[in-house]
Design a protein around this ligand. Structure first.
Ligand code: NDP
Ligand code: MG
Length: 385
């Protein structure tokens, strides 16, 4: 029996996680859940999974939730304190980190420091603080399992091999809804266009990141830290069918890949049950029903965000945290209809130009870099709007 905390239980990954959990009541118990603002869904999850502790964004929401619950109530907390309490709950053995954005960093770091194994969906944790997080993982001797489908594919394709046997990690990218759009058309892309992902159903922020290819950029940085592989040996292939979830190329020329229909329940179940496997409702893959599998080089002229992420990783130190913060602000502005689609990479590039990287020695210093990136992105946007 694994005792779980699910951070971000009301999101796309959170909901899929609880579907896997519900299918295997003999294997999992839910100790704690955290949500942001979606009290209706959290209420249903409380009724179904009977957690000991829940946390929501604000004190007002915590009060509203308490009023709306009848019968036996869990302990209800709020804010960062509530997230940390959920991440470090004594009975929890594994934390599913599925909050979106840099807001996931502090509770994920707290979980590791409390000795919990982590199933990591929140890639921003490794983007902003990769070296510190991996140091904590080693120090506390906990397991960090990737939930991101590409990294789960790499993890599966690496089984039993040492990093020095690997020539390259090849992350696949669907190319998103704008794969074949020209530059001029991209400049006029609407929010509805960007949210219309061809293969995956996900939260809004990551869906926009997929459309701009910043998602792949964040994943390159995530792979660098998860697999301790230098940036020059991480490649990206566009693979519009999203069937090959990523590959590992070995020094002997052999390439291992992991395939499956695109459904996040697969990687989630793998992270929750490794080294075992459980049935999780993912449809079987019928390769004969596909018209083909194609692979292309990414076009960083139309999708500059991917190159910005490589640049940030190369610059190192605080640059990836600043890049991530600028991206979060730009995506928020795009989703609110305040800026055009190409203003996302333009804003990130401006903020990165203005930043002088400095080394980060603590999570507090990462948060400081994150705040600087957000403030500067707002200033850049303010001056161009
Ligand atoms: P969603 O937007 O669907 O869900 C985010 C979750 O985090 C919700 O539960 C939300 O609460 C909560 N939340 C949002 N902001 C805060 C905050 N400031 N403090 C506390 N909780 C907060 O995101 P996804 O599930 O799509 O993505 C989650 C993470 O997983 C991201 O880092 C993403 O990059 C990664 N990921 C997602 C994939 C996917 O298929 N969706 C695939 C691979 C990685 P509420 O809704 O109640 O406000
Ligand atoms: Mg992914």
């Amino acid at each position: 029996m694994k005792n779980l905390t699910v951070l971000g239980s009301t999101g796309s990954i959170g909901v899929s996680t609880l579907e896997v959990v519900a299918a295997h009541p003999d294997k999992f118990r839910v100790v704690a859940l955290t949500a942001g603002s979606n009290l209706e869904l959290l209420k249903q999850q409380i009724e179904m999974f009977q957690p000991d502790l829940v946390s929501v964004l604000t004190a007002d929401k915590a009060k509203a939730l308490s009023r709306s619950l009848a019968g036996k109530k869990p302990q209800i907390m709020h804010g960062v304190e509530g997230l940390i309490a959920a991440a470090t709950a004594a009975e929890t053995t594994m934390v599913v980190a599925a909050i979106v954005g840099a807001a996931g960093l502090v509770p994920t770091a707290a979980a590791i420091m409390a000795g919990k194994d982590v199933a990591l969906a929140n890639k921003e944790t490794l983007v902003t603080a990769g070296h510190l997080i991996m140091e904590m993982v080693r120090e506390k001797d906990v397991r960090l399992y990737p939930v991101d489908s590409e990294h789960c594919a790499v993890f599966q394709s690496m089984a039993g091999h040492r990093c020095q046997d690997i020539h390259r990690v090849i992350l696949t990218a669907s190319g998103g809804p704008f794969l074949n759009w020209g530059k001029e058309k991209l400049a006029g892309a609407t929010v509805a266009d960007a949210l219309n992902h061809p293969n995956w159903s996900m939260g809004k922020k990551i869906t926009v990141d997929s459309a701009s290819m910043m998602n792949k950029g964040l994943e390159v940085i995530e792979a660098r830290w998860l697999f301790d592989i230098p940036v020059e040996r991480i490649a990206v292939n566009i693979h519009p069918q999203s069937i090959v979830h990523s590959m590992v190329e070995y020094i002997d020329g052999s390439v291992m890949a992991q395939l499956g229909v695109p459904d996040m329940k697969g990687p989630i179940a793998y992270a929750l049950t490794y080294p075992g496997r459980v049935a999780c409702g993912v449809k079987p893959l019928d390769l004969t029903a596909l018209s083909g599998l194609t692979f292309l080089k990414p076009d960083t002229d139309r999708f500059p965000a991917l190159k910005l992420a490589y640049d940030a990783l190369q610059a190192g130190e605080s640059m990836p945290a600043v890049m991530n913060a600028a991206n979060e602000i730009a995506v928020e502005s795009f989703l609110a209809g305040r800026i055009g689609f190409m203003a996302i990479p333009d804003t990130i590039a401006r903020v990165m130009d203005l930043h002088t990287p400095r080394s980060l020695h603590s999570i507090e210093e990462v948060l400081e870099a994150d705040r600087w990136g957000r403030r500067t992105a707002r200033e850049v946007l303010g001056s161009t709007n």
